[in-house]
Design a protein. Structure first.
Length: 123
C-alpha cells in the first residue's frame, strides 16, 4: 500500500498545474512566432490559389472545395515534408479524390502545377 501512496505523491509533485504553466510560459513566444509564420505562408498560398481560380473562371461560390484541396497539398508539403515524386503521387491521389467530389480536374491540376510547382507523377 505504501508503494501506491508513494506513486501518487510523486505524481502530484511532478505534474502540478503551476509547473505546467511555467513551462508553457517559457515556450509561448516561440509557439506564437511559428504560428504567425505558418499563417502568413498559408495566406500567401491561398491568394495564389484564388488567382489561379480566377484565371480558370471558377465562380467565387465554388472556391471553398478548391481551397480545401490546396490546404491539403500545403499540409503534405509543409507539415509532412513530402517532396519530389512522392509529393506528385500524393497530389494525384488528392486530385482524384476532389475530382470524385465534383471538382474540375483541370482546375485542380492547375492549382497543383501553378501554386505548388508539382508536375503530374510519372507513370
Amino acid at each position: 500500500m505504501s508503494d501506491v501512496t508513494r506513486r501518487i505523491e510523486r505524481w502530484q509533485k511532478k505534474y502540478s498545474p503551476a509547473q505546467a504553466k511555467a513551462t508553457l510560459d517559457l515556450l509561448q513566444e516561440g509557439m506564437r512566432q511559428r504560428y504567425e509564420a505558418a499563417t502568413v505562408e498559408m495566406a500567401a498560398m491561398e491568394m495564389k490559389v484564388k488567382e489561379v481560380l480566377n484565371q480558370q473562371g471558377v465562380h467565387t461560390t465554388n472556391y471553398v472545395p478548391y481551397l480545401s484541396y490546396a490546404r491539403q497539398l500545403w499540409k503534405l508539403s509543409r507539415q509532412q515534408h513530402i517532396t519530389g515524386e512522392s509529393f506528385a503521387m500524393a497530389s494525384e491521389v488528392l486530385l482524384q479524390k476532389w475530382a470524385g467530389r465534383g471538382q474540375n480536374p483541370d482546375v485542380l491540376a492547375a492549382i497543383r502545377t501553378q501554386v505548388f510547382n508539382s508536375p503530374p507523377p510519372t507513370p
